[in-house]
Design a binder for this molecule. Structure first.
Ligand code: GLU
Length: 418
């Protein structure tokens, strides 16, 4: 049996940070300071199941940096969540907010549960108790959670309500990604995918690839993957394969992503969709295609399979799908990678718009959100590519160099307390 090396995402995050810190000649004191998160909380709490049994649940909230503003980042529900993964995700939020120039630091949370095995009532009780455990650490001007893997707008409504009950007043701006009727923003649900598609449009134009008829493979069919597939299909691209945690499907003539979503809604997976053939997640990644969108979890493209990737563009809708070792191989092969901290930054960008709207109690139209988002994504893409070309490094190091410089500047200007 082949043993798979376990890759620690926080070590990968630090490797990427160090590459950029070298490129921008970052001074040692700042380098040592921002390698590690500012604040980390681990909580263990009881939750009553529908059966009446009580289980003990572990959760985390990590604030990596608040140098540029309050902490910002999602909460993930997954059985494999661990502190190093949350540290990595929190640091990626710091760099992501800096890349797109929104005034937030980086944070992330995780709860170690298998949400697919829990009822709605159990999920609500987990969410409310977890929120109360981290309540002293979050707040609209302290640290603002949002959805991530296996959490959604309903989760955010429960978090907002719980925090508000504790505070004795309704605090809309404590979380983003809420339903529209309780302070959510137009366009937030599709924001991550929309941002990814805006960056793909820029990359395709740069490389002379016509999106009309381009072959696209999407790994992961959740909020980011399913909506990205639909948006790029609407631009005329051909979705040749998609997958989820249960497996993948392929049809070289093209899949209709809206019909695949309906199938997944009904059956719980994309697998078995009519007119498609089965394919593994691994095979999907190695397909001959123009654009590959990893939209699930970390470490799916490693030094073991990077040499077999045949896409022309990889757009990272997921956080951390490519390891630093794989980056070098992909770069040598001439594959154009749009790194996660740029490609999926549309989500947190519209989270920022939501937070601004909540604080002003004044809500914007869909077209305004879309125009602002496109401007942010286009400008950030140009800045990252310009830096990558200037320093002759791959796009991830260019993106980190851009982000780390901004965070370092904030740290320098703020100075050392006391
Ligand atoms: N979870 C998303 C991300 O990884 C969104 C975070 C947010 O909106 O704060 O970027």
């Amino acid at each position: 049996m082949q043993t798979k090396t376990v890759i620690n995402p926080f070590e990968s995050a630090l490797k990427n940070f160090d590459l950029a810190a070298d490129v921008i000649h970052l001074e040692d004191n700042i380098r040592n300071h921002i390698r590690l998160p500012e604040r980390e909380l681990t909580v263990h709490f009881p939750v009553r199941l529908d059966s009446g049994n009580i289980i003990s649940v572990t959760g985390f909230r990590v604030q990596h940096s608040t140098a540029r503003g309050p902490g910002k980042g999602g909460i993930r529900y997954h059985p494999d969540v661990n502190i190093d993964e949350v540290r990595a995700l929190a640091s990626w939020m710091t760099w992501k907010c800096a890349v797109v120039g929104i005034p937030f630091g980086g944070a992330k949370g995780g709860v170690v549960i298998d949400p697919k095995k829990m009822s709605i009532g159990e999920l609500e009780r987990v969410t409310r108790r977890f929120t109360s455990e981290i309540a002293f650490m979050i707040g609209p001007d302290k640290d603002i959670p949002a959805p991530d893997v296996y959490t959604n707008s309903q989760t955010m409504a429960w978090m907002m309500d719980t925090y508000s009950m504790i505070s004795g007043r309704t605090v809309l701006g404590v979380v983003t990604g809420k339903p529209i009727s309780v302070g959510g923003s137009q366009g937030r649900n599709e924001a991550t995918a929309q941002g990814t598609i805006f960056t793909i449009e820029k990359a395709a134009r740069k490389l002379g690839i016509d999106l009309n008829g381009a072959r696209v493979a999407v790994q992961g069919f959740g909020n980011a993957g399913a909506i990205a597939a639909r948006l790029i299909f609407d631009l005329g691209a051909r979705i040749i394969a998609v997958s989820d945690s249960k497996g993948g499907i392929i049809n070289l003539a093209g899949l209709n992503p809206t019909e695949v979503s309906i199938h997944k809604e009904l059956t719980g997976s994309v697998v078995g969709f009519k007119g498609s053939d089965p394919i593994s997640n691994q095979e999907l990644l190695e397909l001959n295609c123009d654009i590959l969108i990893p939209a699930a979890l970390e470490n799916v493209i490693t030094e073991e399979n990077a040499g077999d990737i045949r896409a022309k563009i990889i757009a990272e809708a997921a956080n951390g799908p490519v390891t630093p070792e794989a980056d070098l191989i992909l770069h040598d092969k001439g594959i154009f990678v749009i790194p996660d901290i740029l490609a999926n930054a549309g989500g947190v960008t519209v989270s920022y718009f939501e937070w601004v709207q909540d604080n002003y109690s004044f809500f914007w139209k869909t077209k305004d959100i879309r125009n602002y988002l496109r401007e942010v994504m286009d400008d950030s893409f140009d800045a990252v590519i310009a830096l990558s070309e200037k320093h002759k490094v791959h796009n991830r190091t260019g993106a980190y160099a851009h982000a780390v410089s901004k965070v370092a500047e904030a740290i320098r200007l703020r100075g050392v307390f006391p």
